[in-house]
Design a protein around this ligand. Structure first.
Ligand code: ATP
Length: 790
């Protein structure tokens, strides 16, 4: 990103002017998107305009098209809603309205529009682009402009960003705002759970989603709900009532005190009759349950964006500007999406069409088609929800000879969602007839006491939202006493092991695999779910707990920034965790709009601190009083052995000539987060189920061939994307790490990772997959502009 620095972009010799707008329902993260577009646009040499009040503003023109300066978007990352306003415009649906809008854009010399909104807004935008040449022609005919005047603006460039809490756009895993909404819902249901448990009540919670069940499904998983109703999977008319009763009765009989049912507002039966929260309540009352209904309504739109939406909107906003600059009249309008961890572009029209076809399929009662049009993750998670929650009636039990004993162990510091993953693994095991065996207090616990616990349904009942580790965790690695560990593996007849941990978990996995020759009991599938806020497990871009940690840091920095509003002109040097990995520091910078980020990968030196001082002075020189919040510098705990957090603070303070004050802030263990974020809860469940399937498949293959497990190559893939990844064949595939890379999830053999991708001394991978984000941070903080000016 940084390389196109200061390049002035022009169309036909005229400086490129682009506009950004938000439209349709507001969603958290829209401001982050506008901020990124404005700053990236200016960085690339464009003039950037904000269209106020959606398409309504485009029609009105004049002051509704405001040229934005770098400073105008300061502090926007932490603001909820959309600061440039949104509106629903009936006039824009008319051709005369769009002609008026075209005239207003041409008057300002703007021929590129970045629209952040839902499918309606993007449909309107694409129509606008198609009509543009004829609208321009008409404007000339009408005498509004001369042919010469419109000559440079023959084509309109449209780029779409999906801002919607529903997450209903086909082709992208998440839309800007969806995870913030999910987080609000999960928080609310957690609150409700507490009172529901106290009174042994049932609660029916209605969430948004007229044609899309994403919020209801994810909330169902994240809150450990008993049942969900979503539009894509219509419940059988006249039968759903009994199905619901059966599941709730069963869960009550297992000892659950409360019942939670999540209903999407667009829930239907298969004859297209709406299923309302009230309908569901009536059924539960028939069952004898004291039942209440909560309709969450607009709180779901509310509040400041979670970390996920902040970085998503930021990265997508930057990419939208690049897409504008790369666009030609021949390229179809792009939509910026995300696939697992990768920002992607796809044709806007096709995605919008596909999105619309879900509603059409539902209207035609073709529910199989409706769900098949959702992305693979949606279908996978829906199946997981059924497997772990609804089909615990024996319908998914495997034959006796396929039932396994699966060990679960936690290693290292307790990052968030260890319990959520253990719960999902346990519930999946139980519905399939496997025995979930928790190894208590890590490997050293096993060595010292041999204590294990067979987990029951009720044991894990409310673990979805508990921080810490309920089965106990320990930093010690397996190699402390392999013989004893092997003895207890044998004693408990383990057929597979899931390790939840960070680098020490990774190390233990490697040690167990290496000990196979000496202790053949370790010739079972062994799999690690990376779980650490440092995100330093080699081979993967994501670890459980990272999202929770980022949310904690977002909250922390937002609050300390606020605290500075009283005194003004204050800088905070915030020290974050991460060991030798600069991932958390980099992402914290991205989601908090930090002035500077210090990571172990880029050493701190006097020159960089000098740059910080110059940037801070520049920042404060624009401070006209309306923007009173503090400025943030992020320093990773291992970024330098010389330039400590205190020392950096002192140097900057000394150089500030008393123009601003400097303080240090160290959130420490706060970063591990209390309750896991809803995103971490969902990923925990997804990874846990995948790992059990991995163990099942290895055992099945072993049973079939009777061969020694580590003597043959076998690779497991769960979707087409994973298959596209080129992987090196290795005989030790059965000891593996579940990894996310770009848009793929795969199991990578630990031996291979250790050999090729691990820096053992620094406890992290060789590859630094966050360099690009650091550069984007430097662009958006203004550091690169400043460097160029100096
Ligand atoms: P949400 O997800 O909140 O529903 P949305 O973008 O789908 O967001 P809509 O109300 O459907 O919200 O659309 C927002 C605006 O986009 C409309 O008020 C209208 O101005 C414009 N728009 C929508 N559909 C069209 C269309 N087919 N042609 C022209 N303009 C449209």
């Amino acid at each position: 990103a940084a390389t196109i620095l200061k390049q002035s972009v022009s169309t036909n010799g005229i400086k490129k002017k682009l506009a950004v707008m938000t439209s349709g329902g507001d969603s958290p993260g829209m401001n982050a998107a506008v901020r990124a577009v404005v700053r990236a646009g200016i960085h690339y040499g464009c003039d950037v305009y904000a269209v106020y009040e959606g398409y309504e503003g485009l029609l009105r023109g004049g002051q509704y098209l405001k040229k934005m300066e770098w400073e105008d978007v300061r502090g926007w990352l932490s603001e909820g809603g959309t600061l440039i306003g949104t509106a629903r415009s009936l006039d824009f649906r008319q051709r005369w309205g769009r002609k008026q809008a075209a005239g207003n854009l041409i008057s300002e010399g703007i021929d590129a529009l970045i629209v952040c909104g839902g499918d309606g807004s993007l449909t309107g935008a694409d129509l606008f682009r198609h009509e543009w040449p004829s609208l321009v022609e008409e404007l000339v005919k009408d005498g509004k402009f001369t042919q010469e005047q419109v000559e440079p603006y023959k084509n309109l460039t449209i780029v779409g960003l999906v801002g919607s809490i529903d997450n209903d756009m086909s082709g992208t895993d998440s839309t800007i705002g969806a995870y913030s909404s999910l987080e609000r819902i999960s928080e609310m249901v957690d609150y409700i759970d507490a009172t529901a448990k106290s009174h042994s009540r049932a609660f029916v919670v209605e969430v948004m989603g007229r044609h899309c069940g994403w919020l209801a499904l994810m909330a169902g998983i994240a809150t450990g709900a008993d049942y969900i109703f979503i539009p894509e999977r219509a419940s059988p008319k006249g039968k759903w009532e009994d199905d619901l009763k059966e599941v709730c009765k069963r869960h009550k009989s297992k000892g659950r005190r409360n019942i939670t049912v999540i209903v999407a507002e667009g829930a239907l039966d298969n004859e297209l009759n709406p299923i309302t929260a009230e309908d569901v309540k009536n059924v539960l009352v028939e069952l004898g349950l004291d039942t209440r209904v909560t309709i969450l309504g607009h709180v779901q739109r509310g509040g400041t964006a979670v970390a996920h939406d902040r970085w998503l909107a930021t990265l997508q906003g930057v990419d939208a500007v690049k897409a504008v600059l790369e666009n030609t009249p021949e390229t179809p309008s792009p939509l910026i999406g995300i696939n697992e961890n990768k920002i992607v572009r796809m044709p806007l029209v096709e995605s919008v069409k596909l999105t619309g076809s879900v509603a059409t399929a539902i209207a035609a009662k073709d529910f199989d088609k409706a769900i098949s049009l959702r992305d693979p993750e949606f279908i996978e998670l829906y199946e997981n929800f059924l497997s772990t929650t609804v089909r615990d009636d024996g319908s998914e039990l495997l034959p006796e000879d396929k039932r396994l004993n699966i060990g679960i162990v936690h290693v290292g510091a307790p990052s968030a969602a260890l319990n959520a993953a253990t719960r999902a693994a346990t519930l999946y095991c139980l519905s399939h007839g496997h025995k979930p065996v928790a190894i208590l207090n890590g490997f050293s616990g096993l060595i010292q006491t041999g204590e294990v616990k067979e987990l029951s349904w009720l044991d894990v009942e409310n673990w979805h939202n508990l921080g810490g580790s309920e089965i106990g965790t320990n930093r010690s690695v397996a190699a402390e006493d392999m013989g004893t560990i092997a003895y207890y593996f044998q004693k408990n007849k383990l057929d597979g092991l899931i390790i939840l941990g960070g680098f020490e978990g990774f190390r233990s996995l490697k040690q167990l695999r290496d000990a196979r020759e000496k202790y053949p009991i370790f010739n079972i599938p062994l799999v690690l779910i990376p779980s650490t806020v440092s995100n330093n497990v080699p081979g993967t871009e994501y670890s459980l707990g990272v999202d929770t940690c980022l949310n904690a840091l977002v909250q922390y920095t937002d609050e300390i920034k606020q605290s500075a509003s009283a005194s003004r002109r204050r800088v905070f040097v915030v020290e974050v965790q991460g060991g030798h990995s600069g991932y958390i520091a980099t992402f914290t910078g991205l989601v908090t709009g930090a002035v500077s980020v210090y990571t172990p990968e880029d050493k701190i030196n006097l020159a960089s601190i000098q740059e910080d001082i110059a940037l801070l002075k520049e920042n404060f020189s624009h401070d006209k009083g309306e923007n009173r919040n503090g400025k943030i510098l992020i320093r990773n705990e291992e970024a330098s052995s010389v330039y400590s957090t205190d020392m950096i603070s002192d140097i900057i303070s000394e150089a500030s000539s008393k123009k601003f004050g400097v303080r240090t802030a160290i959130p420490g263990h706060f970063q591990q987060g209390g309750s896991p974020s809803s995103k971490d809860r969902v990923i925990a469940s997804r990874f846990a189920v995948r790992c059990i399937k991995f163990i099942e498949q290895w055992n099945e293959r072993n049973q079939k061939t009777g061969e020694n497990i580590d003597s043959k190559v076998l690779r497991f893939t769960f979707n087409d994307q994973a298959e596209k990844i080129p992987t090196v064949e290795h005989e030790d595939d059965s000891a593996a790490v579940i990894c996310v890379n770009g848009s793929a999830i795969s199991f990578k053999p630990v031996a291979e990772l250790w050999e090729n991708e691990t820096n053992v001394a620094l406890r992290k991978g060789h590859e630094v997959h966050w360099t690009e984000f650091k550069e984007i941070n430097d662009v958006l903080s203004g550091r690169i502009r400043l460097r160029a000016e100096i």
